[in-house]
Design a binder for this molecule. Structure first.
Ligand SMILES: Cc1ncc(COP(=O)(O)O)c(C=O)c1O
Length: 392
């Protein structure tokens, strides 16, 4: 049987990581892999996480099984950050469970949408490549529209047309903030409009919040999600702590369901548990327990938020420096200044991206996506000059 399997294309980004590692040039720049880097190019463990992990080592008495819902202390402690402090459960209409990373959250959310009867899901493209892969795996038909134009502007007309064409009960995936890969987020006024349109069209929103705090701040980055939730009766939320707590490999995430009436929550959760049980049984405990220990301790919360502020400030400085450069050859860097999060897209051809790699040791995804956190005050001028040279 196994001999019938034919090789699948390698993951392009993983292949890029290998090429980068093998490059002997000392001034090489990695803008490929999607992790935060300091001005020295490191991806360190947060101080708040180190402290919480120490506490965990000192106090954890058992590693006996939890249930498929994982660490509910973690799930609940996160809710005021996601849904706001005033009424984080929306009067008992929201409940969640822990998942293996935001990927597990997205997977469970769309599997629930499918079980609930959504025949298809709408999504702006380009998007995180795993979105389409997950939908295909779950058997949910994908309908796409253009997320943003090459000039770095949201294509609201495409979104309006998509919502108008959607059928009642369809799902729609929206990036909460720090759009991957474009960095182009909706403005508050655009979110206000989207919330109304999604509600009027009776769509099921699936909100993917994987970078809260990396864009404009913890509160500002939740604006769109909260606006949509206030407008619709039902929604699903996938959340990742892997970027804003730097937990990447520890796989820390959650999925939340908001229902129209609290009495419906039990049935929804029972489906979520059954889906999780069949997929991964229960989520890994360690990372979520460490995040919970931070969220339960005001001193650690302050340390964590300070560390997150430092990351965001650094990325904003890199973006400001890129925008200051104006035109780099034929590439307009100005829009990058107002975009959010780790990623932006450069309008470069495959040939130009290859030239950046071969002639300048600059590694970026074939789509033109760059991770701005790969740039430092030490290498940014070289980067701008190289983009100018290949796109002149
Ligand atoms: C838009 C988006 N959603 C979800 C995820 C999932 O994150 P993780 O599974 O690493 O927590 C990512 C990660 O890159 C992402 O970019």
């Amino acid at each position: 049987m196994l001999s019938t399997l034919t090789p699948q294309p390698a993951d392009a980004l993983l292949a890029l990581i290998k090429l980068y590692a093998a490059d002997p040039r000392a001034d090489k720049i990695d803008l490929g892999v999607g992790v935060y880097r300091t001005g020295q190019g490191a991806t360190p463990v947060f101080g708040a996480i180190k402290a919480a992990e120490q506490k965990l080592v000192d106090t954890q008495e058992s590693k006996s099984y939890l249930g498929p819902e994982g660490d509910m202390g973690f799930v609940h402690a996160l809710m005021p950050y996601v849904f706001g402090t005033e009424n984080p459960t929306m009067d008992g209409r929201i409940e969640g469970m822990q998942t293996p990373g935001g990927t597990g959250g997205v997977r469970l959310a769309v599997a629930l949408a499918k079980r609930a009867g959504s025949p298809k899901i709408w999504m702006g493209t380009p998007s995180w490549p795993n979105h389409a892969q997950i939908f295909a795996d779950i058997g949910l038909e994908l309908k796409t529209f253009t997320h943003s134009t090459k000039d770095g502007v949201v294509d609201m007309d495409a979104l309006r047309a998509a919502i108008a064409a959607a059928d009642e009960g369809d799902a729609i995936l929206l990036h909460g903030c720090c759009h991957n890969p474009s960095g182009i987020d909706y403005s508050e006024a655009q979110w206000d409009e989207i919330a109304g349109l999604v509600a009027a069209a009776k769509l099921l929103p699936v909100l993917d919040l994987a970078y809260q705090g990396l864009g404009q701040g913890m509160e500002a980055d939740a604006y769109g999600l909260r606006r949509v939730l206030a407008a619709v009766p039902e929604a699903l939320v996938a959340y990742s702590c892997d970027k804003n707590f730097g937990m990447y490999r520890d796989r820390v995430g959650a999925v939340y369901a908001m229902v129209a009436d609290p009495t419906q929550l039990n049935a929804v959760l029972s489906h979520s548990y059954a889906l999780a049980r069949a997929a991964w049984s229960m989520p890994p405990d360690h990372g979520a327990a460490a995040v919970r220990l931070i969220l339960e301790d005001p001193a650690l919360v302050k340390l964590w938020l300070d560390e997150l502020d430092t990351m965001r400030t650094r990325m904003r400085q890199v973006r400001a420096r890129l925008a200051e450069a104006g035109m780099a050859g034929s590439v307009n860097m100005v829009p990058l200044g107002s975009q959010n999060g780790l990623f932006s897209m450069l309008p470069l051809s495959g040939e130009q991206i290859l030239k950046l790699r071969e002639d300048h040791a600059i590694y970026m995804a074939g789509s033109g996506r760059i991770n701005v956190a790969g740039l430092t005050m030490g290498n940014i001028d070289k980067f701008i000059a190289a983009v100018a040279a290949v796109s002149a």
